[in-house]
Design a protein around this ligand. Structure first.
Ligand code: GLU
Length: 519
C-alpha cells in the first residue's frame, strides 16, 4: 500500500440525475485522492441497458464540473492509461468475458439456464416452506437447471440449442467471509447469507458485481468508496477477488452512511419537500417527466454546497464549520466519517450559503445582483443605468446581512431603487400622531442644511430634530424608517439614509408627511 499510487474512482450508473448523495460519494473520494496526490477517476457503469437514461451521463459530467470535483481521468475528462472508462465499451473489448471464463474454468462460477418462470416457481416453493429469504444458493441450485445440477451432456445440449443462460458465482456453503471497511471496521458474514449472484446476464452483459471488480482491479483502484446499500453484496465481491486470485489487489472498502431526512426518519428522498434542492443542477427526468431543481439554479454557491455536503456524515474533529476546498482536502479522513446515517438539515444548508454570501466582496455581489436588478427595474420601467455602480455596491453591502441568496437582495432592498408607494400600516397606525408631521418637517429642515450627507451627520441632525420637538428618538425611529423605505425593518438606519442620499431622502420624507397628514 505504502508505495502504491492512491487511485479512487467515482462510478455512477447513468440511470438518472446525480443526486446530492452521489455528489457526496464523489466528493469524499476526490478529497481523499487529492490529499494523497493521487488520481480521481470517473467510470460510467452502464451495463444495465434497461435502466439507461438519456442525458444522465452528460448531467453527471456537468455536475462534477460545477462542483469543482474534477476527475483527472475518465469519461468527459480525458483518457488515462486505462481507457475506455465506459463499461459498455469495455464489454465490447471482451474485458469482462476473460474474467468470467476464468471463474468458469476454475469452477467458481457456473452456467444457469433457468427461465424467469422457473425462478419464480422456486421462490414460491421456498416461501411456502417458510424459508425467510429465498435465494439461489448452494442448496437450492441443486434443484435448478444449471451446469452443477445437470449432466455435462445436458449442458452441452442446452448450449448447442442456443438456450439463453446466465453465469452465476458459486458461493460456498457455510464459510465465514471477513473483510475490513475503513468506516465500519471488521465485517464478518456467513456465506449462507450470500446468494449465487449473477455475474453475466443472458445478453452477455456483465452485472455490476463482476464488472466493478474487474475494473477496480484493472484500473488499479486503491480505495472503493460507495453507498451503504452495497454493503450486503460486499461479501460476494470479496469472493470474486479471491477466486480471481486477486485478493491482494482488492481496494480498501469504504461504505458511506445514508443521508437521512431531517427528522432522522428514513432515507432522504429525491422528492423531499423541504424546499432545498436534492440535485446539484436542474434535472428533468426524460422517463418520468419529473423536474427537479438544482442547487446551482436555486442560487446556491458551489462552495457553500460542497462545504455543507462535506459535513454531512463527516466531522473534522474540531468546531470549524467553514472550509475552503483546500482545507477540506487537508482535513479529510475516512476515519472521521460516521457509521450512522447523517441527518440533512435544510436550515443549515441555507446558513452555509449565507456565510459564503457574507464573505464575498461587495463588488462581486453587485455583479451577481445586476442581472436580477435589471429585470426588476425593467418591470417598473426603470433603467439600471440610472444607478451608479458604487450605489449598487453600497446596497449589496447593506442588504447582504439579512439575505441567504442574491435573489433575496431585491426583496430586502427594493426601496433603495424605487421609492415606497405603500407603508407598513401597523407602524403608521401605532406611531403616527398629531406631532409627527411637525417632526418630519423639522428633520427635513435640518437635513437640508447638511453639506456632507454622511450617516453620522444625518444621525446628529435627526437627534437634534428630536430634541427640538421634545420627542424621544426611540419613539420616532421606526416611523422615520417607514417613511423612507415603507418597511419597519432593514439595515442600519443611518447607513441606509446616507446611501439613499440627501435629495431623495428629503423627497421621501416630504411625500410621507403629506400622505399621512390627515391621520
Ligand atoms: N454503479 C454503482 C452505483 O451507481 C457504483 C457503486 C460503486 O461505486 O462501486 O451505485
Amino acid at each position: 500500500m505504502e508505495n502504491k499510487r492512491v487511485r479512487l474512482r467515482f462510478a455512477p450508473s447513468p440511470t438518472g440525475g446525480l443526486h446530492m448523495g452521489g455528489v457526496r460519494t464523489a466528493l469524499f473520494s476526490y478529497l481523499f485522492a487529492k490529499k494523497y496526490n493521487g488520481d480521481f477517476i470517473l467510470r460510467i457503469e452502464d451495463t444495465d441497458q434497461t435502466r439507461f437514461v438519456k442525458g444522465a451521463e452528460e448531467y453527471i459530467i456537468e455536475s462534477l464540473k460545477w462542483c469543482g470535483i474534477e476527475p483527472n481521468e475518465g469519461v468527459g475528462f480525458g483518457d488515462g492509461p486505462h481507457a475506455p472508462y465506459r463499461q459498455s465499451e469495455r464489454k465490447n473489448m471482451g474485458i469482462y468475458k476473460k474474467y468470467a471464463d476464468q471463474l468458469i474454468s476454475t469452477g467458481h462460477a457456473y452456467y444457469a439456464f433457468d427461465t424467469p418462470e422457473e425462478l419464480d416457481a422456486m421462490r414460491k416453493r421456498l416461501e411456502l416452506a417458510k424459508v425467510a429469504a429465498p435465494q439461489y444458493n448452494s442448496v437450492t441450485r441443486q434443484n435448478m437447471r444449471n451446469s452443477i445440477a445437470l449432466s455435462e451432456d445436458e449442458v452441452k445440449k442446452l448450449m448447442d440449442s442456443g438456450c439463453p443462460y446466465v453465469i452465476r458465482l458459486k458461493v460456498p456453503r457455510n464459510e465465514e467471509i471477513r473483510f475490513h471497511d475503513i468506516i465500519r471496521g471488521w465485517v464478518v458474514v456467513n456465506s449462507t447469507q450470500v446468494d449465487d449472484k449473477v455475474l453475466v446476464k443472458s445478453d452477455g452483459m456483465p452485472t455490476y458485481h463482476l464488472a466493478h471488480v474487474v475494473d477496480d482491479i484493472e484500473m488499479e483502484i486503491t480505495h472503493a468508496v460507495r453507498g451503504e446499500e452495497w454493503l450486503p453484496s460486499a461479501p460476494a465481491h470479496i469472493l470474486i477477488y479471491r477466486y480471481l486470485g486477486c485478493e491482494y489487489k482488492m481496494p480498501l472498502l469504504a461504505h458511506l452512511p445514508l443521508i437521512l431526512k431531517t427528522d432522522g426518519n428514513g432515507k432522504l428522498s429525491k422528492r423531499d419537500k423541504s424546499g432545498i434542492p436534492m440535485f446539484p443542477l436542474n434535472w428533468s427526468d426524460p422517463a418520468s417527466g419529473e423536474n427537479y431543481v438544482g442547487y446551482r439554479e436555486s442560487g446556491f454557491f458551489k462552495d457553500a454546497f460542497i462545504n455543507m455536503l462535506a459535513l454531512l456524515g463527516w466531522n473534522p474533529g474540531t468546531t470549524q464549520e467553514i472550509f475552503s476546498q483546500q482545507e477540506l482536502i487537508e482535513a479529510f479522513s475516512f476515519e472521521r466519517v460516521h457509521k450512522s446515517g447523517a441527518k440533512f438539515d435544510p436550515e443549515k444548508t441555507k446558513w452555509f450559503n449565507q456565510q459564503y454570501l457574507r464573505k464575498k466582496p461587495n463588488k462581486e455581489l453587485a455583479e451577481l445582483f445586476s442581472p436580477i436588478l435589471n429585470e426588476k427595474l425593467a418591470i417598473a420601467n426603470l433603467d439600471i443605468q440610472n444607478f451608479s455602480t458604487d450605489f449598487i455596491i453600497g446596497v449589496c453591502n447593506l442588504v447582504k446581512e439579512k439575505s441567504h441568496f442574491i435573489d433575496d437582495f431585491w426583496n430586502t432592498g427594493h426601496y433603495f431603487f424605487i421609492a415606497p408607494t405603500s407603508y407598513d400600516k401597523e407602524v403608521i397606525k401605532k406611531r403616527w400622531n398629531s406631532a409627527s408631521a411637525n417632526f418630519i418637517n423639522a428633520v427635513i429642515i435640518l437635513f437640508e442644511d447638511i453639506n456632507d450627507f454622511t450617516a453620522a451627520e444625518a444621525e446628529a441632525a435627526f437627534k437634534a430634530a428630536c430634541a427640538s420637538q421634545n420627542i424621544a428618538a426611540g419613539e420616532v425611529m421606526q416611523l422615520f424608517r417607514v417613511c423612507l423605505s415603507g418597511i419597519g425593518g432593514g439595515p442600519v438606519l443611518f447607513e441606509m439614509v446616507e446611501l439613499i442620499g440627501k435629495k431623495e431622502v428629503i423627497n421621501r420624507l416630504a411625500k410621507a408627511a403629506t400622505s399621512f397628514a390627515g391621520n
